[in-house]
Design a protein around this ligand. Structure first.
Ligand SMILES: Cc1ncc(C[n+]2csc(CCOP(=O)(O)OP(=O)(O)O)c2C)c(N)n1
Length: 633
């Protein structure tokens, strides 16, 4: 790995190195990051930007005694390399390997697991308060990017830190970027500090004074600056100070010595919270990533074949673009993901009608609700996992008032390499229980465009969830079609059982049915299309006829599509029907390739066919030839 990195088994080993050696270590770390992430995928640019910051943090603080809480945790690769995980680093994001985020189960150096943004300050404050209640003495540091700092929770955390005046350090890793450039008034304020040359001049002067002072005096001097509000008079850093923090910075985030000086000042300032403003370059040290930090924010693992079929996200964006051209009241909202959900394509043509609201899913939903009250047609595009943040906004602000907001829910189902924190496993369950909300999932990209169109014409809120993947390559209809709400589609007729599938599971269900047919079992296959409202007429009629209903969904079974179907049949008094459901288990799903995970949970054609036979043993008995099908699996 490199002369210096080889010698680091724990953070304490860093303390033996000189400043020039630390520089070399940083170069070795960058090499390792680049080679592993280019192969395995992951957050390259974010990690390259914090190499020096991570080294300095681990020299100044004493992890795991001191708690370093990384926000999102996507930038913690150097932290992993320095905290005893370097020998497993090549397994990053692989099945059974290191997670791409921080995780309490992975290391004692990860005091808080993450994956979703803006949690670090609240978690760190909890730790600091626990420390004070217990009469302990460790330091607590939250490291948060300027993107994550725009999230509501981060601001709520800052608010309470200032109120309690707890001793903790917030390190702001300010690179001007979220995944795309950071948006919002706070971002503007930060960029003022970063680019104000009066500030650099004052900083140079401070540095000269500080370098000459002994340590004890340095702390005194930092305190004096705050008391006199010197910086506040000149620079827009007053905000942090008014919030109750002692502000230090901006610090050059690629100068280890300067970082250590500021962090040590923060550590030694015992009178309350400190705020260390670190300026970094996203992608630092790898020119392609410095030049295009958006592309290099998150890379997919190397894929063998180039993709020619558009992804569901691309079809969503193309559809939204067409709809925006036809309907001037249509507006689109994204919480900091214009690249991931492809809305940047729509923003290029309609910059005034696409809103990147920052990493603020809750705000995004209520903002949409407000737009809907005035007759606009808001399309809120959010990944399934991040929409969890907005649960009450969906209930209280949108559905209770029956406002026609469109939810375009990307990455529903298994997402793969990002793992536990990012699987879109719960949305059908948490949406289908909400009154007034229509919940749909297309079987392919053609159905996606029709459902989106239908949602924009709906008088009620409507959610359309689709998977993280390329489409199926089906032909796209030229004209949009209104899909009748709550109407399913029968794809195949058979008398032995009905397989009722939703969304991404429809095609594997059809394949499984063909395979079962070869073994003499004839299944009806229904594309449910809607998880709510269900096509009760069709489901009751089919269930009464075939007596065996097998539901398939890429969502947790608890409260999911299958349980809605079972509930419907139970309520309707159709008693003599066996209902069996497959879906995701009551667990958090690890990282790994999507196909491998689907296969593990039996959510592919083979798994569906196998489970039909296992869960309906009567079918095997009735059809002897089915035994050979089971044997084939
Ligand atoms: C709640 C939530 N929404 C969206 C995301 C997706 N996401 C991951 S990293 C990131 C940008 C973070 O920007 P910043 O905190 O500035 O860190 P940087 O990568 O720039 O270092 C976003 C939007 C997320 N992880 N959590």
């Amino acid at each position: 790995m490199g002369k210096f990195l080889d010698g680091i088994d724990r953070p304490a080993d860093l303390k033996k190195l000189t400043q020039p050696e630390l520089k070399e270590l940083a170069a070795e770390i960058r090499q390792e990051l680049i080679s592993v992430v280019l192969a395995n995928g992951g957050h390259l640019a974010s990690n390259l930007g914090v190499v020096e910051l991570t080294i300095a943090l681990h020299r100044v603080f004493d992890s795991p005694w001191d708690k370093i809480v990384w926000d999102v945790g996507h930038q913690a690769y150097t932290h992993k390399l320095l905290t005893g995980r370097k020998d497993r680093f090549a397994t990053l994001r692989q099945s059974g390997g290191l997670s791409g985020f921080t995780s309490r189960t992975e290391s004692e150096h990860d005091p808080f697991g993450a994956g979703h943004a803006s949690t670090s300050i609240s978690a760190a404050l909890g730790m600091a308060v626990a420390r004070d209640l217990a009469g302990d003495d460790y330091d607590v540091v939250a490291v948060i990017g300027d993107g994550a700092a725009s999230g509501g929770m981060a601001l709520e955390g800052l608010n309470q830190v200032g109120h309690l005046v707890s001793r903790l350090t917030v390190v702001l890793n300010d690179n001007g970027m979220s995944i795309s450039p950071t948006v919002g008034a706070l971002a503007k304020l930060l960029s003022k500090v970063r680019f104000d040359d009066r500030y650099s001049r004052a900083k140079e002067k401070s540095k000269r004074i500080l370098d000459r002072l002994p340590l004890g005096k340095k702390v005194w001097w930092a305190g004096r600056q705050v008391e006199h509000g010197v910086k506040g008079l000149m620079m827009p850093t007053t905000l942090w100070e008014e919030l109750g923090f002692t502000y230090m910075g901006p610090v050059d985030g690629h100068n280890i010595h300067e970082l250590e000086t500021a962090l040590a000042q923060a550590r030694d300032y015992r009178r309350g919270p400190t705020f260390v403003h670190v300026v970094t370059i996203k992608g630092k040290g790898y020119l392609p990533a410095e030049g295009d930090a958006v592309y290099f924010h998150g890379l997919a693992a190397k894929k063998a074949a180039a993709r020619s079929v558009p992804t569901y996200s691309e079809v969503f964006a193309q559809t939204t673009l067409r709809l925006a051209r036809e309907e001037s009241r249509l507006v689109a909202i994204t919480p900091a993901m214009p690249e991931g959900n492809c809305l940047s394509v729509v923003a290029a043509e309609f910059p005034d009608r696409v809103f990147d609201v920052g990493i603020c899913e809750q705000h995004a939903v209520t903002f949409a609700a407000g737009l809907a009250t005035q007759g606009y047609i808001p399309v809120v595009a959010i990944y399934s996992t991040f929409l969890q943040r907005s649960f009450d906004q969906i209930i209280h602000d949108v559905c209770l008032q029956d406002l026609p907001v469109v939810f375009a829910i990307d990455r529903g189902g298994i997402v793969g390499d990002d793992g536990k924190t990012h699987q879109g496993a719960f949305d059908i369950s948490y949406l289908a229980l909400i009154p007034n909300l229509i919940v749909a999932a297309p079987r392919d990209e053609n159905e996606l465009q029709h459902l989106l169109y239908t949602a924009t014409k709906s008088e009620h809120p409507m959610a359309v969830r689709y998977p993280r993947s390329a489409g199926l390559g089906v032909e796209m209809d030229k004209e949009f079609r209104l899909m009748p709400i709550g109407k399913a589609e029968v794809l195949r007729e058979g008398d032995d059982l009905a397989i009722v599938a939703i969304g991404s599971m429809v095609t594997p269900a059809m394949e499984a049915a063909e395979e079962l047919s070869a073994g003499g079992i004839e299944a009806t296959v229904i594309n449910a299309r809607f998880a709510k409202p269900l096509d009760s007429e069709l489901l009751i009629e089919t269930a009464s006829r075939v007596k065996r209903v097998f539901t398939v969904e890429e969502n947790v079974l608890s409260g999911g599509f299958g349980s809605s179907v079972a509930e419907l049949l139970q309520k309707s008094g159709v008693d003599d029907v066996q209902v069996r459901s497959v879906g995701l288990p009551d667990d958090f799903i690890e990282h790994g390739p999507q196909a491998a995970l689907r296969s593990r949970y039996g959510l592919d054609a083979e798994g569906i066919g196998r489970q039909v036979l296992v869960l309906f043993p009567g079918l095997r008995e009735r059809r002897p030839s089915a035994r050979s099908v089971e044997a084939a699996y």
